[in-house]
Design a protein around this ligand. Structure first.
Ligand code: 5GP
Ligand code: ZN
Length: 111
């Protein structure tokens, strides 16, 4: 299995894990784009949102992202959840992941 994020799930590649639930894992992004930048992934390999046939898995990812936002102290000032799907969105790791970004004001729309 060569998928980087599957290897993080198996703890074959080190990551700064901050939380997990039965079906999802949260760890800090290696190249943070905000003071808080955590990635939340399903523990099973799913390429992107379009490939997620088990939509309850998406709920598990959302639930863990919300838990991380709370534990990182982002609820009061707000935070951004981002899922890049495919080429035009700039997806670079093809294992579904939700970015949890916070700790500073962010522009909208993104570039
Ligand atoms: P994407 O552009 O696919 O939405 O986001 C991929 C994210 O994965 C990027 O923000 C990138 O910094 C992060 N990333 C890539 N390789 C690693 C890694 O080995 N460990 C961690 N923790 N994050 C990574
Ligand atoms: Zn994977």
């Amino acid at each position: 299995m060569s998928c980087l994020f599957c290897r993080i799930v198996k703890r074959e590649v080190p990551a700064n894990v901050v939380a997990e639930n039965e079906h999802a894992l949260a760890f800090r992004d290696i190249n943070p784009a905000a003071p808080t930048h955590v990635l939340v992934i399903p523990k099973v390999h799913v390429t992107d949102v379009s490939e997620a046939s088990d939509t309850s898995l998406l709920g598990q990812v959302f639930a863990l992202a919300r838990q991380v936002a709370k534990s990182e102290g982002l609820e009061q000032d707000g935070y951004r959840l981002v899922v890049n799907n495919g080429k035009n969105a700039g997806q670079s790791v093809f294992h579904l992941h939700m970015h949890v970004l916070g700790g500073r004001a962010m522009a909208w729309p993104p570039g």
